[in-house]
Structures are given as C-alpha cells and as structure tokens.
Design a protein around this ligand. Structure first.
Ligand code: GTP
Length: 468
C-alpha cells in the first residue's frame, strides 16, 4: 500500500535568497530509504514532513500508531512530502537567460511552489550584495517570468489552435488539455480553469472588445469593430475561442497558473533588522488579495515570514545535544532550563539568545515548517487513513485482539476526492476488485461519497473474490 503523498513542492528563488538554507532547514539530510514512500530520490530532491493531527488521537490509539512512512508522536503525525530544488531563476528566464529554459522545464515536475525571497533587501535581482533592494520586485518578477513563458507559447500557437477547433468542433476542455499538458496540467485542472474563465469572461465581455488586443491571424466572429457584445464565455458555444483577445489569453494564463502552481512566499532573513519595513510593505500590498482574483497569484494567507538560517542553527544544536527543540516550536530549552543538556560556549549562547529575541519571540517561530503546511494546504490536500479493520484500526482483517500496529497508512488526497478514487490510489488490486467501503461504526460508504475529515476519513475497503 502506498502512503504519504505523490505531489512535489518546488523551492524557487533568485541566487542568495536562502533557497539552500531553506531546503536544509526543512529536509531530512539523513532520511533513510524506507522512511518515505518514494522509490527514487533524485539529487535535487529532498524529503520534508507535513504535520497533521493523526486519527490515532481521536480513537485513543496513539500508543499503537505505527506509520509505515514518517512518524507519529502523541497524535502529531509527520507525513513525508517530496521537495524539489529548482535552480536558475534570474530575470529574463522566460527568454532563456541564465538557466531559464532548464528552470522552466523543471517547473513542470512541481505541484506547488515555495518562493524564497530575501526580505532584508540585501541582495539585488541577480543575487549580488546591495542595500535597500525592494523584495516586492522579486515576488512580481517570478510571476511575470512564468506568466510570460506560458502566455508567449500559447499566443504563438493560438491561430492554429482556433482554426483546428473551428474545423473539428472540439470541446474547449479537450483543446486546453491538449495544449496545456506540456505544463503538467491534468483534466481536473483544465476543468477548474474553464469554470473560472467562464466567470471572468462575463466581466471581460462587459468591457467590450478592444481591437488593439485582437490576436493576429484570427478573424473575429463579431467583426473587427472596437466594441462588440459577442459572448466569450466558453459555455456558450464551441467556436467561441475565435472571439478571444490577448486580454482573454492573459486572464486564462493567470487563472491557469493560480490552479497549476499554487505559490507560498517565504519572506526570508527576518532575523535581519532591515527586513521589518519590507515585510510590512509586502503584507500591506497583498492584504486585499482575495481568493478569487488570481491576477497577482499571491494571497496574503500564503505569505510566511521565515529565518531559514536560524532554523538550520537550531537544528544543528539540537542534533549536538545543546538544546531541546522541535521544528515549528515557539521556543527551545537549553542547559539553563534543563541541566541535562550540554552547556553552550559564550558565542553559541549569544547566538541562541539572538535567535530567541529577533525571531522566536517576535514572530512565534522560524516559520519554515509553516511554509510546508501552507504549501500542502494551498494544494488543498487532506489526510485519509485506509485500514483493513475499522474496529481496531489495524491492517489485520480478522478482529483478533486488536493489539497490532494501528493507522499504518495515511495518504494525502485533494479535497473533493471520492471513496472510489481513494481505492484507486491505494493499490491496483483494490482498484480492480473494489466491492465497497465502510467507515467507523460499520457505516457503509457509497463509491461517490466525498472524503470529509473526521467523518469518513478512516475507511476500509472490501474486495471481490477475497476478503481484506
Ligand atoms: N541572516 C540570514 N541569512 C540567511 C538566511 N537564510 C540564508 N541566509 C544567508 O544567505 C546567503 C545565501 O544563502 P543560500 O541558502 O546559499 O542561498 P541560495 O538561494 O541557495 O543561493 P544560490 O545557491 O546562489 O542559489 C548565505 O550566506 C546564507 O547564510 C536567514 O534566514 N537569515
């Protein structure tokens, strides 16, 4: 049975923003094969952990909870997630500058992005040391590069796409699926984009068409007059793509990027005093960004302040036995609080106190774990616990004495996933021989029932021809 997650979170950022430090802070350098469900880990990949409230706590089974992958302590379960380090982001990436093409190509493997930004303003757009650089530039510029990459490719192909669609009357879903699959987009993403685009088109229609925004090579149905009231909503007709202008393409690409690459911004280097004013400015700028307007692509809830370097330091001192500390904590214990810990020398002690004052007391944590949490949430993932026995939560089909390992498996699935879809993700035998499912209390589940946390997220499947 698989366990963990199949998605990838990519870490991006200009040189010297703190990307490597961030990855070191969140990933397990010594993660052993077997601790996570991924068969191969490439050199530019790492494993981070997503913390959840495990179902074991709810059912008083914490002492028996034995995750196949990751770990669980007192109901706090850590689920392995795959991280990807994507290098080569410099201005002009979409035009192939630097490692631009490689960078954009690598993005295809990512499901969500973490954009590490130097919030102290101490590095320019190329990562060179400077003073008073405005980090808002970096946030906007990443969106701009990715947007330009997708938009320019689509614009180039557009006349051909439209001609073919008019000739074949292919549905917009198929058209976009064919043309956006190169960016790793699946059918579900395209359907969500089209639903959102239909709403956006109503607004664009109200503005009327602007001949300057017409796409060369397309003869518009409504003629070439400046203002027409032809509908551009994709629900109205199959051939409506002829009426799309550059404005429509930009809007579609913005929506697409919002769905395809949900992004969390890590405002890094908050331990440096210069970061304060920039953080206030950035939070103010994005405070009004709503869930439905994808134009900026950044939502306030997806901006997190971090100090990757502080987390690396705390992690190292913990490993060396100087402090007690768990990622995400608002404080640590040192020799002064617990004499069984090693006593730090003067310099180390001062550095620890500095981290306490500048980062932990001021911001509540180093922020790095919160970034992982928000990235998984941005992907709208929820945990599901498939067990063989919904009475004792073990993987033994017979009731036995219930003393075995409980809640061995946990998968993260997208909100809206049905019981039947979970069966397909668990393993191929179950997918072929699915014969039903039940949850706690023997409650039978329908195959189209949607997974709801704490309601039917602990479930057992029945198989044809054999029992599970
Ligand atoms: N003060 C402070 N410095 C940091 C922080 N995170 C990283 N740095 C420093 O910033 C510099 C660049 O950090 P890296 O992690 O190497 O940055 P990078 O983005 O991986 O850089 P490239 O490898 O060039 O792409 C190093 O000197 C780090 O020690 C932080 O939270 N606070």
């Amino acid at each position: 049975m698989s366990s963990g997650s199949s998605f990838v979170i990519a870490c991006v950022g200009k040189p010297s923003a703190g990307k490597s430090s961030f990855l070191n802070a969140v990933t397990e350098a010594n993660a052993k094969v077997g601790n996570f469900p991924f068969t191969t880990i490439e050199p530019n990949q790492g494993i981070a952990y997503y913390p959840i409230d495990c179902a074991c706590k709810r059912f008083n089974k914490s002492s028996q909870c034995k995750p196949r992958y990751g770990s669980c302590k007192d109901g706090k379960r850590l689920i392995p997630v795959r991280m990807l380090d994507v290098a080569g982001l410099v201005p002009g990436a979409s035009e192939g500058r630097g490692l631009g093409n490689q960078f954009l190509d690598d993005l295809r493997h990512a499901d969500a992005l973490i954009h590490v930004v130097d919030a102290s303003g101490g590095t320019d757009e190329n990562g060179k040391e400077t003073k008073n650089y405005d980090p808002i530039n970096d946030i906007e510029w990443l969106r701009f590069e990715i947007h330009s990459w997708v938009y320019n490719n689509l614009l180039k192909k557009w006349p051909g796409i439209v001609r073919r669609q008019v000739a074949t009357k292919t549905s917009p879903i198929t058209v976009f699926q064919e043309n956006m699959s190169g960016y790793g987009a699946n059918r579900e993403i395209i359907i969500r984009c089209i639903e959102r685009m239909n709403k956006a088109a109503i607004e664009l229609d109200k503005e009327g068409q602007d001949s300057e925004m017409a796409i060369p090579g397309i003869i518009q149905k409504g003629g070439s007059s400046n203002k027409t009231n032809t509908s551009t909503s994709l629900s109205s007709s199959n051939t409506v793509l002829t009426n799309w202008t550059k404005k429509h393409l930009h809007k579609f690409v913005s929506i697409f990027l919002d769905e395809r690459f949900p992004t969390v911004v890590a405002l890094n280097k908050i331990d440096r005093s210069e970061a304060d004013k920039n953080i206030i400015k950035i939070l103010r700028k994005y405070s009004g960004s709503s869930k439905t307007d994808p134009l900026d692509g950044i939502r306030q809830e997806n901006i997190v302040v971090t100090s990757a370097l502080s987390e690396c330091f705390l992690k190292k001192l913990k490993d060396q036995g100087y402090i007690k500390y768990t990622a995400g904590d608002e404080d640590f214990e040192s020799h002064e609080e617990d004499p069984t810990l090693k006593k730090a020398d003067g310099r180390t002690f001062d550095r620890l106190e500095e981290i306490r004052d500048l980062v932990l007391f001021r911001y509540g944590s180093t922020g790095v774990q919160d970034v992982i949490v928000r990235a998984v949430r941005a992907l709208r993932m929820i945990p599901v616990f498939p067990v063989k026995n919904v009475t004792n939560f073990t993987n033994k089909s017979s009731s036995g004495d219930g003393s075995g390992a409980a809640f061995v498996d946990c998968v993260l699935v997208r909100e809206g996933t049905t019981v039947r879809q979970v069966a397909g993700m668990v393993n191929s035998i179950l997918d072929k021989q699915y014969a039903g499912a039940e949850t706690v209390g023997g409650l039978q589940l329908g195959e189209n029932d949607v997974i709801v946390p704490k309601k039917n997220d602990v479930l057992s499947f029945k198989l044809n021809n054999s029992s599970r």
